[in-house]
Write a protein of this length. Sequence first.
Lengths: 180, 51
Amino acid sequence: MAIAEEGIVRSELRWAAISIGVVSVIMLAIIYAGLVHHINPPSNIETIDPKTLHLTGEFTEPNLGTRVAADGQITSRIVATQFTFVPRCIVLPANRPVTLRFATPDVIHGILVTGTNVNTMIVPGYVSQVHTVFTRTGDLLMPCHEYCGLGHSEMSATVRVVPPGDFKPDSQGGVSCDAR
Amino acid sequence: MATGPSDQDLERVMREVPRGAFALAALTTGLLLAGWLLVYFLIFLPRGMVS
């Protein structure tokens, strides 16, 4: 029986090595994606008062949507509420680094942009921020993916990715879907 | 009354059992890893940077 036991121990050690190898491959793939392709989970820690975000500051209604800052940085600000996004359609250029910023005055929402890795939660009291570069043009669906109430299934927005040549800010640096 | 398998028979059988279990475990784990790598290379990486 001693021979059989040695064989079993050897098999178990081999299997342990294979398991460690599989886990290591997966971890290395994740680290590679983070360091080389800059694919990381969004991790912005920034607070905001949900009760007054519509009155002052960054997320007042005239300031929402896509804006190009003086230094060329493209930022799109969106408020997620029950049960709509404001604005419901944003325009962003392809092949340029863009920043999406979200806030909510009511409950926890979440967004993803179909066909991209953009995926984040929107929590009342915090500003969610995602940096990305869109590679393909077109109208992308941005649904709410965190149950936020009875109207959750109807809550979605459109991200219109246009070729960089078609991305023309107005005099205040804003770009909106209506202008097209 | 049967006397049961001899010690030699037992050792032979015991030597074979781990290989079968190993083959099944390796196949299922290998399929899972292959599936993971397919999604990683064909969907996750092409979807571009986000941070």
